[in-house]
Design a protein around this ligand. Structure first.
Ligand SMILES: *[C@@H]1O[C@H](CO)[C@@H](O)[C@H](O)[C@H]1NC(C)=O
Ligand SMILES: *[C@@H]1O[C@H](CO)[C@@H](O)[C@H](O)[C@H]1NC(C)=O
Ligand SMILES: *[C@@H]1O[C@H](CO)[C@@H](O)[C@H](O)[C@H]1NC(C)=O
Ligand SMILES: *[C@@H]1O[C@H](CO)[C@@H](O)[C@H](O)[C@H]1NC(C)=O
Ligand SMILES: *[C@@H]1O[C@H](CO)[C@@H](O)[C@H](O)[C@H]1NC(C)=O
Ligand SMILES: *[C@@H]1O[C@H](CO)[C@@H](O)[C@H](O)[C@H]1NC(C)=O
Ligand SMILES: *[C@@H]1O[C@H](CO)[C@@H](O)[C@H](O)[C@H]1NC(C)=O
Ligand SMILES: *[C@@H]1O[C@H](CO)[C@@H](O)[C@H](O)[C@H]1NC(C)=O
Length: 900
C-alpha cells in the first residue's frame, strides 16, 4: 500500500507539467480536478488531470444517467471549451523525430443537458486530423493517430466550427519504436478513425489493450464476418516481425475461419462522412495458424480487396507464428474483402487480426521550431492567455494575437513582428525574445516590465524597431542597442521608464529611494551634517594639497578635472561592450570603440599595464584636454581614474588617422589635393590654437600624421596630447628631454634639448610633405639609401621636377602652383634654425592661399568654355587681396606673440 502511494506520488510529480511517465506514456483524464491522479483498475495505467497540459476550458461530469459501471472511468468527466475557436493541449518532453501514437477519446454523455452532441474538428498540431462527429449521445468515440513528432512536443487542438462546443474526455500518448509502422514518416501519418483495429476473438472478450499490448493499442472485436467460426489457442504466438508490427500474442490467439467454404468474405464500410475517392486506407491483415495441421494439409490463400489481389505471394499462415500483409487501397466508398483459398489449399483461409488506417498526409508546415518554442516559453513566463495556443503562426486563421509571421511556401513560418503593447506583462524581459531570429518589430510598450534592458535584444540581427516605452525598466541601455540605434538600423523607444538612466549620473542617483517621512525627518538632516563636514574637509585638503603641489612644480597646470565626466571602470566596460572593439593603439595602450547613452560614439583610450608612457603623461593629457576646446583638436568626453584603471574617453573619429589614410593602398578613395590642403589647414589651426590661444601656450611636441585624426567628413583633428608641454609665459623655450617620433623630430630640439613652439612647426612641415608626396618622413631611395622627405622634395624643387614627387594617387589632378607653394611652405617650416621658421599663424594664412589656388583651378575647370569666367577668381600668384599677396615666396612674420 505504501509502495502504491509512493508510486502514485512519483507519477504525480512526473506528469504534472505535461510530461510522460516512466513508460513514456501520457495518460490524461480530462475534466477531473486539477492535480488529481488515479490508477485505472483495468489497465493499471495512472491517469492524471489535464493540469499543465492546457489552461483554458472548464470541467464537467457527464450526465448521471449515462454513468454506467461498465463505462471506463475516463469517460465520466470531460473538459469543454466554451471560449476561443481553437484550444490546444500540449504534450511535452517528447523526442523530436520519434514515433508516437496519440489517442483522443470522447464521450458526450449529455453532459450539458442539451442532448445534442457537438460536431467539431480535431487537429494534430497544425495538421487537420479529423472531424469529431457522433452518431448519438451514447457513442464512445476515440481516434488514434500514429505520427513522427516534428518537435519535442505534440499539440492536440480542438476547433469549434460553429456546431457546438468542443469537448474531450481523454488524451493518451504512447511512444512507439521507430521501426514500427514503416508507412509512417515525417510527411505521412496514419489515423485510426472508427476504432478500426480488430482482433477476431469472441465478442465477450471485447477489448485488448495495455498491458497485453505493450503499446496500449486498443483492439476491439470484429464480428462482421458472416458464417465464420472462431478458433482459439492459449499458446503463445511467436512474432518474428515484432520490429514492424508488434501485434501481441493475445490478439493473435483467436482467429476467424470458415467451415465448408474456401473463402472468407466481408465488406468494410469506413463509416466516415469525410471519406471520399481521394481517401487512402492502409490495411494490415495478421494471420497465424492456431491448429497444428497434418503435414500434408495446406492452408494458403489470396487476399482480394474489391476484386484486386493484394498479395504477391500466397499467404501461408504458420503454426503459432505471426504473418501479415499490408496494403494501401484508395478511392472507394465500400471495401469488399475476400480471403480466397488457393487451388492447392486443403484448408480454408484464416484471419487473426486487422487494422485499417486512414492515410493522412502531413502537409502543413508549422512555425519555425525555435520561434515556436520561444513563443511558448514567453506564453508560459507571462501567462498570456488571449488565443495563445497551438502553433503560433499556423494555420494562418489561428495566428496568435499580436504576432505577424512570414509564410514562405513549403518552409516553416518565422515570427516577424510581436506587438505585445498593453499585454499586462509583468516581470523581467524574458530571454526567449532573443530566440526569435527573424523578428523585426518588437513592441513591449505599456506593460509592467521591470529589471534591466537585456543585452540579447541587441543580438536579434533582424530587429528594426524596439519599443520598450512605458514600463518600469531600469539601468543603462545596452551597448549593442545603442550602437544599432546610432547607426540607424534600429528605431529604439525607451521613453517613460522612470529608472532607465540617460547618463551615469542619473544611473547612480536613481538607484535607491527611501521612505518619504523617514527621509525628510531623520536621514536628510543627518546626511546634510555629514556632507557639510565632508565638504569642509575636502576643501581644506584641496587647499593644502594645492599649496604643496604648487611648491613642488610651479609651472604645472593644476586644473582639476571638473568639466568632464568621470567614468567608473564598470561604465567603461559597459559602453565598450566589455572592450570588444579595438580600433587602434595609442601611446598608452589600446583604444576601444564605445557608445554613450545618447548614442554618440567615443574612443576609449585605456592605459595598458605595460605602457611605456606612465601615469604622469596620461594625467598630463587629461589635464591639458580639459581646458582645451577647439574644432581641430579631438575633444575629451571624460576620463576614468578607477584604482589601477586609467582611461580617457574621446569623441570617436571614424575615418582613422591621416597616416593610414595616406598609405592606404586600395580600400578607400585617395585624398584629393583640396582635401589634403584642408586637412593641413585644419591641423595647422589646431596647432595655432595651442600656440597662441592657450594661456599658457602649449607645445604639442608630437605632431605626426599618426596623431591627426579624421572625422566622417574628413575634418582633421589633432589627438594624443600626452606630450604636450606647457610653455611658460616668457615665450622663449624650456629645457626638457627630447620626446617625439623619429622623422618628425626637430633637429635643433634634439641637439640642444631646447624646445619651443617652432618644434611643432618643424614636425608640421613633415606632415605637409607627407600630404604632398604621400611618402613617409624617411623615403627609401634604394635598398640601402634613405633620405628625409624634406631633402627629397628640396632636390625636386631645385631641379624643377616637382611633379615627379607629388603623390601619384592624386592622378595629376591638382594645381601645380598650389602644390609648389605648399612645398615651399613646408621646406620653410623645416628650416634647421628654429628662428627662421614661420609661426603657425603664418602657416595657416599660407595654407589658405594654397587652398584658394586649388579652388580656383577647380572652379575654372568647371566653367571651362563658359566665356572666361576665370575673372571671378584670382590669378595665379595672387591670393586673398593685395596686402596679403606673397606670390610663391614665403615671408616670415615678425616674432612676438600674436594675440587673438
Ligand atoms: C496543482 O499543482 C501545482 C504544482 O504543485 C500547483 O501550483 C497548483 O496550484 C495546483 N493546482 C491546484 C488546483 O491545486
Ligand atoms: C465530478 O464528479 C466527482 C465525483 O463523482 C466530483 O468529485 C467532481 O467534483 C465532479 N466534477 C464536477 C466538475 O462537477
Ligand atoms: C513518406 O512516405 C511516402 C509514401 O511512402 C513517400 O511518398 C514520402 O516521400 C515519404 N516522406 C518522407 C519524408 O520520407
Ligand atoms: C451463410 O450461410 C448460409 C447457410 O449456411 C447461407 O445461406 C448464406 O448465404 C451465407 N451467407 C453468406 C454471406 O455467405
Ligand atoms: C524466428 O526467429 C528465430 C530466432 O531468430 C528463428 O530461429 C526462427 O526460425 C524464426 N522463425 C520464423 C518462422 O521466421
Ligand atoms: C468485382 O467483380 C464482380 C464481377 O466481376 C463485379 O460484379 C463487381 O462489381 C466487382 N466489384 C467491384 C467493387 O469492383
Ligand atoms: C526563419 O528562421 C530560421 C532560423 O531561425 C532561418 O533559418 C530562416 O531563414 C528564417 N526564415 C525566414 C523567412 O526569415
Ligand atoms: C543626466 O541625466 C539627468 C536626468 O536624466 C539630467 O538632468 C542631466 O542633465 C543629464 N546630464 C548630462 C550631462 O547629460
Amino acid at each position: 500500500m505504501i509502495l502504491r502511494v509512493a508510486v502514485l506520488l512519483f507519477y504525480i510529480f512526473q506528469c504534472i507539467h505535461g510530461q510522460p511517465d516512466n513508460l513514456g506514456f501520457i495518460s490524461i483524464d480530462c475534466g477531473i480536478a486539477a492535480n488529481f491522479t488515479y490508477q485505472d483498475p483495468v489497465t493499471n495505467i495512472i491517469y492524471v488531470s489535464d493540469y499543465g497540459f492546457i489552461a483554458p476550458g472548464e470541467n464537467h461530469n457527464i450526465s448521471s444517467d449515462y454513468m454506467k459501471p461498465s463505462l471506463a472511468k475516463g469517460y465520466f468527466s470531460l473538459r469543454f471549451f466554451p471560449h476561443g475557436v481553437r484550444n490546444c493541449y500540449t504534450m511535452r518532453s517528447l523526442v523530436m523525430g520519434n514515433r508516437y501514437l496519440v489517442r483522443a477519446s470522447f464521450y458526450y454523455g449529455n453532459y450539458d443537458g442539451l442532448n445534442k452532441p457537438p460536431v467539431f474538428d480535431l487537429y494534430l498540431g497544425t495538421n487537420y486530423w479529423h472531424e469529431v462527429n457522433f452518431g448519438d449521445s451514447r457513442s464512445v468515440n476515440w481516434m488514434d493517430i500514429i505520427v513522427v513528432s516534428p518537435a519535442d512536443y505534440l499539440q492536440v487542438c480542438l476547433v469549434n466550427k460553429g456546431s457546438g462546443t468542443p469537448f474531450i474526455s481523454g488524451l493518451d500518448l504512447r511512444p512507439l519504436e521507430n521501426t514500427l509502422y514503416p508507412a509512417v514518416n515525417a510527411t505521412q501519418s496514419l489515423a485510426l478513425i472508427n476504432s478500426n483495429r480488430f482482433h477476431l476473438g469472441p465478442t465477450g472478450n471485447s477489448l485488448i489493450r495495455y498491458p497485453s499490448d505493450p503499446h496500449d493499442r486498443i483492439w476491439s472485436t470484429y464480428d462482421a464476418i458472416p458464417n465464420s467460426t472462431v478458433i482459439s489457442t492459449t499458446a503463445v504466438i511467436q512474432n518474428n516481425l515484432s520490429g514492424i508490427y508488434d501485434v501481441p500474442s493475445s490478439v493473435m490467439q483467436n482467429a476467424a475461419t470458415v467451415i465448408n467454404s474456401s473463402r472468407i468474405d466481408f465488406s468494410w464500410d469506413p463509416s466516415d462522412p469525410s471519406a471520399d475517392v481521394s481517401s487512402k486506407y492502409f490495411f494490415v491483415f495478421y494471420f497465424a495458424d492456431l491448429q497444428n495441421v497434418p503435414s500434408n494439409a495446406v492452408r494458403q490463400f489470396d487476399i482480394i480487396i474489391n476484386n484486386k489481389t493484394q498479395n504477391i505471394e500466397l499467404c501461408r499462415p504458420m503454426f503459432l507464428f505471426v504473418n501479415y500483409l499490408s496494403s494501401i487501397v484508395h478511392g472507394m466508398s465500400n471495401y469488399n474483402v475476400s480471403l480466397v483459398s488457393a487451388k492447392s489449399a486443403t484448408l480454408p483461409p484464416i484471419l487473426n487480426a486487422m487494422e485499417i488506417y486512414l492515410v493522412k498526409p502531413i502537409t502543413e508546415v508549422a512555425t519555425d521550431l525555435g520561434d515556436a518554442k520561444a513563443m511558448m516559453a514567453i506564453q508560459e513566463t507571462f501567462g498570456v492567455i488571449k488565443n495563445w495556443m497551438g502553433d503560433p503562426c499556423t494555420p494562418k486563421a489561428f495566428i496568435w494575437r499580436g504576432l505577424k509571421c512570414s509564410y514562405p511556401p513549403g518552409d516553416p513560418s518565422n515570427i516577424t513582428a510581436l506587438n505585445l503593447s498593453s499585454f499586462q506583462l509583468v516581470g523581467a524581459i524574458s530571454t526567449n525574445f532573443g530566440d526569435l531570429k527573424a523578428l523585426q518589430y518588437l513592441d513591449l510598450s505599456r506593460n509592467n516590465l521591470s529589471g534591466p534592458i537585456p543585452n540579447f535584444l541587441g543580438q536579434i540581427s533582424s530587429l528594426i524597431l524596439l519599443d520598450l516605452s512605458s514600463n518600469n525598466l531600469s539601468g543603462p541601455i545596452p551597448y549593442s542597442l545603442l550602437q544599432k540605434s546610432r547607426n540607424g538600423s534600429l528605431s529604439l523607444r525607451v521613453g517613460d521608464n522612470a529608472n532607465i538612466c540617460a547618463n551615469s549620473t542619473a544611473c547612480i542617483s536613481g538607484q535607491k529611494k527611501v521612505n518619504g517621512t523617514l527621509l525628510a525627518e531623520i536621514i536628510i538632516p543627518i546626511l546634510a551634517t555629514i556632507a557639510l563636514f565632508i565638504i569642509l574637509f575636502l576643501l581644506l585638503r584641496q587647499v593644502l594639497k594645492r599649496k604643496a603641489k604648487k611648491r613642488a612644480t610651479h609651472h604645472e597646470d593644476e586644473s582639476v578635472l571638473l568639466e568632464n565626466r568621470e567614468f567608473s571602470y564598470r561604465e567603461l566596460k559597459h559602453i565598450t561592450d566589455n572592450f570588444s572593439q579595438e580600433t587602434g593603439k595609442g601611446g598608452f595602450g589600446p583604444v576601444f570603440l564605445g557608445y554613450l547613452e545618447n548614442g554618440n560614439s567615443v574612443a576609449v583610450k585605456v592605459r595598458s599595464e605595460s605602457s611605456s608612457q606612465g601615469g604622469r603623461e596620461f594625467l598630463a593629457e587629461a589635464q591639458h584636454l580639459t581646458r582645451i576646446h577647439h574644432k581641430n583638436l579631438v575633444s575629451l568626453v571624460g576620463y576614468c581614474q578607477d584604482r589601477n584603471h586609467l582611461a580617457l574617453v574621446y569623441e570617436y573619429m571614424p575615418e582613422g588617422d591621416l597616416q593610414d589614410k595616406l598609405r592606404a593602398t586600395s580600400s578607400s578613395r585617395p585624398l584629393t589635393w583640396e582635401q589634403r590642403l584642408q586637412i593641413a589647414l585644419d591641423a595647422a589651426q589646431g596647432l595655432e590654437y595651442l600656440h597662441f590661444a592657450c594661456k599658457p601656450a602649449l607645445i604639442y611636441r608630437d605632431v605626426k600624421s599618426r596623431n591627426i585624426l579624421l572625422s566622417t567628413d574628413l575634418v582633421a583633428k589633432i589627438a594624443d596630447f600626452g606630450l604636450t608641454k606647457v610653455f611658460g609665459d616668457s615665450k622663449t623655450h624650456i629645457t626638457t628631454e627630447p620626446v617625439g617620433t623619429i622623422g618628425y623630430l626637430d633637429p635643433e630640439y634634439f641637439r640642444s634639448f631646447h624646445i619651443s613652439e617652432k618644434s611643432d612647426v618643424y614636425s608640421f612641415a613633415v606632415v605637409l610633405l607627407e600630404l604632398i608626396t604621400g611618402r613617409p618622413p624617411v623615403v627609401p631611395i634604394s635598398d640601402s639609401v634613405r633620405i628625409h622627405v624634406g631633402e627629397w622634395v628640396q632636390q625636386s624643387l631645385d631641379h624643377d621636377t616637382m611633379e615627379s614627387i607629388v603623390d601619384a594617387k592624386m592622378g595629376g589632378d591638382y594645381d601645380i602652383n598650389s602644390v609648389r607653394k605648399a612645398a615651399n611652405l613646408a621646406l620653410h617650416c623645416k628650416r634647421e634654425v628654429s628662428r627662421e621658421r614661420p609661426t603657425m599663424v603664418e602657416v595657416v594664412a599660407q595654407l589658405k592661399e594654397c587652398l584658394v589656388l586649388e579652388n580656383c583651378r577647380v572652379r575654372r575647370r568647371r566653367s571651362l568654355g563658359s566665356n572666361g569666367d576665370g575673372s571671378t577668381c584670382l590669378g595665379e600668384g595672387s591670393a586673398l587681396g593685395a596686402e596679403e599677396e606673397r606670390g610663391g615666396e614665403i615671408q616670415v612674420f615678425a616674432d612676438g606673440p600674436v594675440t587673438r
